[in-house]
Write a protein that binds this ligand. Structure first.
Ligand code: SAH
Length: 279
């Protein structure tokens, strides 16, 4: 680790935290640590988690954690890398509202005892499974997440743009999504190849029942299966249903049979799900 790197850490955490300077970032765990105090403050501010119960995914060396514990009621942090234990133990010792669990977030059950808000600079290699896990956990009220900039652009994109895809539609069904800010890669150590961005998602009221939601996800994923194909072709291929019957449904929703999924709004996908059983 370079001297410059050490100096930045000393500034952020205080000089006594020797352990922090010894940790070597692990690529396979998606470790790129945040170093900028103003940015960390801003993320916590935008998350709006005063007196809330917070879940953090991948606290790393506790850069974000130390700001979260100041405002949140409790912080439960999930960290896969046991080598970070000495650093996080210190933080836990000084903040009795912090609990660190050394577990893989994808393998653990998110506690359902309370409503939680998530704030995290997540490992980018498992972005989609993390987001799906949060969507499926109905007691997650909101999540403020740092992700790769391209992923944020996709999640916050509108119909008719190249970024709009199945993930966009599915996230926007469960959550109200807003972009918070772009973040330069220079604010991480080690500096990653990609730029980042922060977005916030807040749970919306359900418009479909549980069975319909499963069907909705299937319809959306199938519709985008082959981007160049029409909605009609993608749907009839995945569901093995007669094209005429699907076309009848599309006409009821005033959707042209040549339309592609990228031009279909969330509301239209919801309506299509509701009438799909009429086939
Ligand atoms: N939040 C810290 C670290 C971000 S790097 C900061 O901003 O500085 C991502 C973190 O996620 C690393 O600490 C990494 O060890 C952890 N991580 C990676 N995969 C994980 C998993 N499956 N479950 C929990 N934590 C994970």
């Amino acid at each position: 680790m370079s001297t410059k790197y050490n100096l930045r850490y000393n500034k952020l955490y205080g000089k006594k935290s020797d352990n922090m300077n010894k940790h070597k970032a692990k690529k396979h765990f998606g470790q790129n640590f945040l170093t900028d105090k103003n940015l960390l403050n801003k993320i916590v501010e935008e998350a709006g988690v005063e007196n809330k119960d917070v879940i953090e995914i991948g606290p790393g060396m506790g850069a974000l954690t130390q700001f979260l514990v100041k405002v949140a009621s409790t912080v439960t942090a999930y960290e896969i890398d046991l080598d970070l234990k000495p650093v996080l133990n210190q933080l836990e010792k000084h903040n009795n509202n912090l609990t660190v669990k050394y577990e893989d977030i994808l393998k653990t059950d998110i506690p359902n005892d309370k409503v939680y808000d998530v704030v995290a600079n997540i490992p980018y290699n498992i972005t989609s499974p993390i987001i799906f896990k949060l969507l499926e956990s109905s007691n997650i009220n909101s999540a403020t997440l740092m992700v790769q900039k391209e992923v944020c652009d996709r999640i916050t994109s509108k119909p008719g743009t190249k970024d709009y895809n199945a993930l966009t539609v599915i996230i926007n069904y469960y959550m109200e999504v807003t972009k918070v800010m772009n973040v330069s890669k220079k604010l991480f150590r080690p500096i990653p190849k990609v730029d980042s961005a922060v977005f916030k998602m807040r749970r919306r009221e359900k418009e479909l029942n549980d069975d319909e939601e499963k069907l909705f996800i299937e319809i959306v994923k199938s519709s985008f299966h082959q981007k160049r194909k029409t909605l009609l072709n993608n749907l009839s291929f995945s569901f093995e249903v007669n094209k005429e019957k699907i076309n009848e449904l599309l006409q009821k929703l005033n959707i042209n049979s040549n339309e592609r999924a990228e031009n279909i709004t969330l509301e239209q996908f919801i309506e299509l799900t509701k009438i799909w059983n009429n086939i």
